[in-house]
Design a protein around this ligand. Structure first.
Ligand SMILES: [Zn+2]
Ligand SMILES: [Zn+2]
Length: 145
């Protein structure tokens, strides 16, 4: 969603809203602390409270979507109306991998039809251990032996 589209939604774009939106051009998934660290790193003076306020405003306007990838913190992603994907999330390093599988999508439709149910939206999040974390664990286990 570009800035003009967002303006067309009747959202007043403040300087802080613009810098937060721009981050989502480079990063697909971000939590409030990451946004804060990135903006402070860029020399933007912004409080966490402001970031949360902007994020909840964007969420209410359906500009971003909030995911529960981590137990203690929400992760946000831009809404891309014509693009659907699901996620694999590493519970050790929080790596997020996006995927799309038409067989899974079809299966969901079949399950819904079988239950006389119409799916309007879904997010499939698969939690596990990524290759890097898995091999690090494996190496340390081997060392113990
Ligand atoms: Zn899906
Ligand atoms: Zn994603």
């Amino acid at each position: 969603m570009n800035l003009q589209t967002i303006k067309n939604l009747g959202i007043k774009l403040t300087k802080h809203k613009i810098v937060i939106l721009q981050l989502f051009d480079s990063y697909r998934h971000l939590d409030a602390n990451q946004i804060h660290a990135l903006l402070i790193g860029q020399g933007t003076n912004i409080s966490l409270a402001t970031i949360y306020r902007v994020l909840s405003n964007f969420e209410a306007k359906n500009i971003i979507i909030r995911h529960s990838f981590k137990e203690d913190q929400s992760t946000y992603e831009l809404v891309r109306p014509n693009e659907h994907h699901d996620h694999l999330i590493c519970i050790k390093c929080n790596l997020v991998i996006e995927f799309f599988d038409s067989k899974i999508e079809q299966l969901q439709e079949q399950i819904a039809t079988k239950n006389k149910f119409k799916i309007v939206n879904h997010h499939l999040n698969l939690f596990g251990i990524c290759e890097k974390c898995f091999s690090t664990d494996y190496i340390s286990d081997v060392n113990v032996i």
